[in-house]
Design a protein around this ligand. Sequence first.
Ligand SMILES: [Zn+2]
Length: 381
Amino acid sequence: MISDISTYIGTHKQDLYTLMETLVLIQSYSRNKAGVDRVGQYIAGIMERIGFSCEIVPQQDLGNHVIARSPAAAKDPKGQTLITGHMDTVFPEDSTFNWYKADDTKCYGPGVADMKGGLVVGIYALQALVDTGHLKDLPITFVFNSDEEIGSLSSRELIAKEAKHARLAYVLEAGGMRNDIVTGRKGNLSISLEITGKAGHAAFAGKDKASAILELAHKTLALEALNQPEKGISANVGTITGGIGPNTVPDRAEASVDFRFLSFEDAEGVQQRLDEIINTPTVPGTSTRVQPVSGRPPMPQTAGNMAVYSKIETLAHKLGTPVLSELRQGVSDANIIAKQGIPVIDGLGPVGAKDHSEDEFILKDSLWERTILFANILTEI
Ligand SMILES: [Zn+2]
């Protein structure tokens, strides 16, 4: 089985690069609805040609999501394999990073790593299975979402819904430079704080001075005390603003804060302490409002994830493609899937780095190597 899939992908290498170049050259910043929609239409065209049925999930301001189902998954999604990949990139429409190039060892362009290269891996792995007769009755659903880079607010529910009746899931974000595959990710919570006090002339302020900045200083210390690097918990007060001048008691202060954690338990612990800190003023006369900005649950390296990883490792070994298990710091849609309690493996896209910068690249050969690996994962695991 391994050999005819490898041969198929081996003879279609140029097609993989052509598809990646085509997708990269369609501008698809998260807020460029027309561009993301074009990527979705293009992909839906391919998926339908290989026999998948596509559902377009329309969005008002953001790009439409595309859900592609294999014939077996369209009939009955129970026990399906879920694949997800996002079509949006972080580069605004007027960015000068709007080109694609490749040399002998690398490919460069917006999204080659994050994550149009990963979409190519998924699409071509499926095409290889279809064309070599290995797709058979495999129930596979591939969600192409439009808003991962801005928090997946409009797609997280549909991803969670597909995950609910999935047996396991794969996310095609880029592999790490040591050939890493992602078996766990930290979760995050990003919030903004708004503290209200009472304004007055600094010279006449008495004991009851309700300075919003003073309260924010106390809160900053309390929040930073949540840091526990040895447990993988981080808290960072990243910005502060407030006040209008030295001679005025500030009646407003604002801050933005980021938390990271490894387990569901720690996520709850952080939330609990945060609530206490918010609801316990140190400076009388001040009050604090908290606004969640974004967040994704943690993706712990569960026994389920590690069992799937070890099967991938065995397959990769047979194929001569080295892999390594990675606990990645940043978040992705794999975090949303992990919350549903099914095994999920991420970082199965091509090996690359420098994403979110104009130096973004992938290692050229890893595009077809990872496509062969992924096609085998889908049939063997
Ligand atoms: Zn990404």
